[in-house]
Design a protein around this ligand. Structure first.
Ligand SMILES: [Zn+2]
Length: 237
C-alpha cells in the first residue's frame, strides 16, 4: 500500500516550507487587507498578510496573476515572490550567484547548475516537487508561481522560462538519447535544433534514425528545453 502523501496545491505553499526560516527577515510585519480578506494568489483566508505592492518589485508586470478584488498575499505566496532563490539567484552575503534552475521538494530547495539539469529531469525527486529552469539566468524572472505541483515522476510539468511544459519522461528520454547520438556523430546543437545538417549532407544509419525521432517533436516548446539541456541556446534568449 502506498503511503499517504500530503497534497499541496500551490507551488508557493510547497516553497514556503523550504524558506519559512527567512519569512520574518524578508517580509517584515503583516498587515490587515484593505480589500477582501483572501490571498490574491491562492485565495487562502488572510487576516493579516502582505500587500502585493510591498512584495513585488516595480519591474513586475504580471499583475494578471492576482485576483483584482484583493490586495494582500498570504505569507506563503508573499515569501515565494520575495525569495531570490526562486528567481535562480543565490545570495551569500553581498555576492549573488545565478543558477539555471532549481527544484523544490517537501521542505527542500535545491539549486541546479546547467550541467545538473538533465539529471534532475531524468531522475526527478520524490513527489511532491516543482522544477523550474531558465535559459538566461541573468534575466531576473519569477518562475515558481506559474508552475503546478507534480505528483508523478513519469509525467510532470517543468517551468521553462515563461512556459509551463509537460514532460513525459520516458518519451523525452528517447528523444534525448537521439540528440546525444547526433552529438556523438559530431553535429552541433544548432544542427539538431534546425534539422539542417549541412549542404548536400545526407544522414545515414543511426544518425538518420535519430533525426527521424527528433522530427516528431521539432517545433514543440519542449524541444527547445531538450536543446537547452544538450548545450544549445535559443536564439531569442
Ligand atoms: Zn497565498
Amino acid at each position: 500500500m502506498m503511503a499517504q502523501r500530503k497534497v499541496v496545491r500551490f507551488s508557493t505553499h510547497l516553497a514556503y516550507d523550504a524558506f519559512k526560516g527567512r519569512a520574518k527577515e524578508l517580509l517584515g510585519r503583516p498587515v490587515k487587507p484593505e480589500l477582501k480578506p483572501f490571498c490574491a494568489f491562492c485565495f487562502a483566508k488572510v487576516n493579516r498578510g502582505y500587500r502585493i505592492r510591498d512584495v513585488v518589485s516595480d519591474n513586475f508586470t504580471n499583475y494578471e496573476v492576482f485576483h483584482v478584488e484583493m490586495d494582500t498575499l498570504c505569507k506563503a505566496c508573499a515569501l515565494s515572490f520575495k525569495v531570490p532563490e526562486l528567481r535562480c539567484r543565490i545570495e551569500q552575503g553581498d555576492t549573488i550567484t545565478v543558477v539555471s534552475g532549481f527544484y523544490i521538494t517537501d521542505g527542500n530547495y535545491r539549486a541546479l547548475q546547467r550541467e545538473e539539469l538533465a539529471d534532475a529531469l531524468f531522475n526527478p525527486p520524490e513527489p511532491p516537487f516543482v522544477i523550474c529552469i531558465t535559459s538566461s539566468p541573468t534575466k531576473n524572472r519569477h518562475l515558481l508561481y506559474r508552475s503546478p505541483v507534480n505528483y508523478s515522476k513519469d509525467g510532470f510539468f517543468v517551468q521553462f522560462n515563461e512556459n509551463t511544459l509537460f514532460f513525459h519522461r520516458p518519451k523525452m528520454e528517447k528523444i534525448f538519447v537521439s540528440m546525444k547520438k547526433l552529438i556523438e556523430y559530431g553535429f552541433k546543437p544548432w544542427n539538431i535544433r534546425t534539422g539542417f545538417y549541412g549542404r548536400g549532407k545526407k544522414l545515414e544509419g543511426e544518425a538518420e534514425g535519430a533525426e527521424k525521432e527528433l522530427m516528431t517533436i521539432r517545433g514543440d516548446p519542449i524541444f527547445d528545453l531538450l536543446i537547452f539541456l544538450i548545450g544549445g541556446e535559443k536564439d531569442s534568449e
